[in-house]
Write a protein that binds this ligand. Structure first.
Ligand code: NAP
Length: 244
């Protein structure tokens, strides 16, 4: 029987590419989105037209009732939930006193509470079936901190702490919990970064290029694979050597 994966924030960027990679490998895929209905619909339609098993479900991951429904609708449709990829995230660049309280709270609510909510909603199902793979997308800024991204860095550091704690808690139930920690990846999240800033950033990346969404998706697939059964509580960098 095919395994089922939920990818949160799969309407674009890293999440969309991850959803495509899972679909192409025969998984049942749930494309979660919040605002970008059209992008999610286009992706779902194009994957379905290729014969893949894909549905889209709207849910704001910062809202626990909505994450409960996301999990329930997935079980209703596919009968199980084997892999949860907590990818949904937002960012905002600015000095700490330039980001207003609402925006900072929203960053914490989506990036950290959103991961917590999805884990909280899915855990009863995974514990019951004694199998699960939870893969959280953090950021290298959660490891080393970024100036002008204090709330973002803190939220992603929180995801690292959550990953390690939950890995220990769920290991007896044969559920692994790991995180991928991307470096600079070419997506709309970085659309406002100037070409000059990007070029100077690239000079400091040992592998000499910005990452692409497949670089991250491939690492997610590696962790989802049964051959990674003995890996849990780990933070795997996909950053071209920028943070080692
Ligand atoms: P992106 O292109 O901006 O995509 C973000 C995705 O998150 C969208 O699909 C968006 O869906 C979804 N999302 C945002 N808020 C949501 C919410 N409340 N509920 C559900 N979905 C929500 O960004 P990306 O670069 O692919 O980022 C994906 C993840 O990688 C994020 O966690 C990000 O922090 C992390 N990351 C990115 C980079 C990078 O350089 N790009 C580096 C390190 C880590 P809607 O548009 O439908 O709301």
């Amino acid at each position: 029987m095919s395994k089922t994966v939920i990818v949160t924030g799969a309407s674009k960027g890293i999440g969309a590419t991850t959803a495509i990679h899972f679909a192409e490998r025969g998984y049942n895929v749930v494309i979660n989105y919040n605002n970008s209905y059209q992008s999610a619909r286009l992706l779902t339609t194009s994957l379905k037209s290729r014969g893949f098993s894909v549905i889209q479900i709207k849910a704001d991951v910062s809202n626990r009732m909505e994450t409960d429904l996301l999990i329930k609708e997935t079980i209703d449709k596919f009968g199980s939930i084997d892999i949860l990829v907590n990818n949904a995230g937002i960012s905002q660049i600015g000095l700490i006193d330039e980001i207003d309280d609402y925006d900072a709270q929203r960053i914490f609510d989506v990036n950290l509470k959103g991961v917590y909510n999805c884990c909280r909603s899915v855990t009863p199902y995974m514990v019951n079936q004694k199998y699960g793979r939870i893969i959280n997308i953090t950021s290298m800024w959660g490891q080393v901190g970024a100036s002008c991204e204090v709330a973002y860095s803190a939220s992603k550091a929180g995801v690292i702490g959550l990953t390690k704690a939950l890995a220990k808690e769920l290991a007896p139930s044969n559920i692994t919990v790991n995180a991928i920690s991307p470096g600079l990846i070419e997506t709309s999240m970085n659309a406002n970064v100037s070409i000059d800033d990007l070029n100077s950033f690239v000079e400091d990346i040992p592998l000499g290029r910005i990452g692409n969404t497949s670089d991250v998706a491939n690492a997610v697939l590696f962790l989802a694979n049964d051959s990674s059964d003995y890996i849990t509580g780990q933070i795997i960098g996909v950053n071209g050597g920028y943070v080692v």
